[in-house]
Design a protein around this ligand. Structure first.
Ligand SMILES: Cc1cc2nc3c(=O)[nH]c(=O)nc-3n(C[C@H](O)[C@H](O)[C@H](O)COP(=O)(O)O)c2cc1C
Length: 435
């Protein structure tokens, strides 16, 4: 059990609100929340009122003195006002002290309405800080309470668009070149894009009606006329030039000129390839599916790949695409992008065939661990079987493990190996506890 204390001067409003939100958003079977004051001023009724407005009842909470909790080994102590931070008694065993202070709404002056508004402001700041702390400290979460439920029709399209983009993320980017019947070339990025079939080889991207003005895009109109396009991939070295091509140019002005990217002839279609892109996929458009006629509605453009051009500079010695060499960019919500190379690209081998161990069959000491993380358990659940104990004894010989097998100590050591992605060593260490 994790023990978390929130402290302020009088345990009257700020610490009570933080206490309430922590209790509401955390999984209280794994974390116990306390709040206290250096003095006790009694529960402030306005704090009760503004929390009730947010659906949380704290009318049964008491104002407690910090001395009451001196004997509990606190993992976290959070001071929510400067006075408490300065006068916080020493908790010798506390793992982490946090200080995020808030102004005291009880000191607000003005009309009743203005004072309540100040309480609401501080409540909202505290709520945001609690959610932030839960995320940062990886506190156990009550998933039912942390999730906001939204019906699409309750949001403006632009707002819904951002939630969809932030959630379906990162997305690959189709950098689509097309040509019209007069030979005008066009180049534009589309991240509503993916591969959907290998046989036949089908890619789909969506050209949406603009939310403002409800107009359609040049890529769509060219494709409706020619039924052809080239999908070029976007790597780090051309990401800025790609962005230039997302500007809304008049139809007869070419993005190639504005971005400085170079055209090359395709072999199967009239639309040009982007020379600088490491992979170009020449496509025949087999279908366009219109999803609506309002701003934001998509047109699914279904593309059959006729020919692939892959730069050999991005291949490994097995002739496979090396993610670090191709260095692709992904689109996220708002102006965020991700560069898919370097330490964040990881190989996660996992058997696709039964048998696997399964979460439900993991040993109790692992299922009940407060140290191991969900991904550690996920890795173990996906293993085909545990190694033989003799092998684990052999493999851990040189690690200087403590001679007394304390579960907690062993889990902490295994955790460090998981963090370094040394899954084998972590498994062998945990396996010693299985014997
Ligand atoms: C990275 C990126 C991804 C984009 N993805 C899409 C998309 O999936 N669908 C869409 O309609 N517009 C998307 N856009 C906006 C279009 O690129 C933009 O409207 C462009 O001007 C369209 O050009 P066009 O009229 O020449 O086709 C994206 C823009 C960027 C920068």
């Amino acid at each position: 059990m994790i023990h978390f204390l929130v402290l302020c001067t009088g345990n009257s409003c700020r610490s009570q609100m933080a206490h309430a939100y922590l209790e509401y958003f955390c999984d209280t079977s794994k974390i116990k929340i306390y709040s206290a004051g250096i003095e006790t001023h009694g529960l402030n009724p306005k704090a009760v009122k503004v929390l009730e407005q947010d659906g949380i009842d704290i009318s049964h909470y008491n104002s407690n003195h910090v001395d009451q909790y001196r004997d509990i080994e606190m993992d976290y102590v959070w001071t929510v006002c400067d006075h408490a931070a300065e006068h916080c008694p020493v908790f010798p065993s506390v793992i982490k002290k946090i200080h995020i202070g808030f102004s005291d709404p009880a000191k607000a002056v003005g009309t009743e309405e203005e004072i309540i508004q100040e309480f609401i402001n501080v409540r909202n700041q505290i709520k945001y800080s609690v959610l932030n702390l839960i995320h940062e400290l990886e506190l156990p979460v009550n998933y039912n309470h942390t999730k906001k439920t939204i019906l699409p029709q309750s949001l403006a399209t632009a707002e819904l668009h951002q939630y969809l983009l932030g959630s379906v993320s990162p997305r690959p980017i189709a950098f689509v070149s097309t040509i019209d019947e007069n030979g005008n070339t066009n180049l534009a990025p589309y991240s509503f894009f993916n591969a959907f079939s290998s046989n036949p080889p089908i890619l789909v991207f969506s050209s949406n009606r603009r939310v403002e003005g409800n107009t359609t895009k040049d890529t769509l109109s060219n494709i409706l006329k020619t039924k052809q396009c080239v999908i070029n991939v976007v790597n780090y070295s051309i990401v800025r030039q790609m962005m230039v091509c997302s500007v809304d140019f008049p139809h007869d002005q070419s993005e190639f000129d504005f971005s400085g990217l170079t055209k090359a002839d395709a072999s199967q279609v009239k639309a040009p390839l982007v020379s600088e892109s490491p992979v170009n996929l020449e496509c025949e458009v087999t279908d366009v599916v219109t999803l609506g006629d309002q701003g934001g509605a998509g047109h699914l453009i279904i593309c059959k790949v006729l020919c692939l051009h892959i730069s050999q500079t991005v291949l490994d010695d097995q002739n496979r695409i090396d993610p670090h060499k191709i260095d692709l960019m992904g689109r996220m919500g708002r102006a965020f992008y991700v560069r898919a190379s370097g330490p964040n690209v990881m190989a996660l081998p996992q058997s696709q065939q039964l048998p696997i161990i399964g979460y439900q069959n993991l040993p109790k000491h692992i299922l009940q661990s407060e140290i191991l993380k969900a991904n550690d358990l996920g890795y173990l659940a996906g293993m085909k079987s545990w190694p033989a104990i003799s092998e684990s004894i052999q493999k851990t010989k040189e690690l200087n493990l403590p001679t007394v097998k304390s579960t907690e100590e062993f889990h902490k050591i295994a955790r460090q190996y998981f963090d370094r992605r040394d899954y084998d060593t972590a498994t062998h260490i945990l396996n010693l506890l299985n014997s």
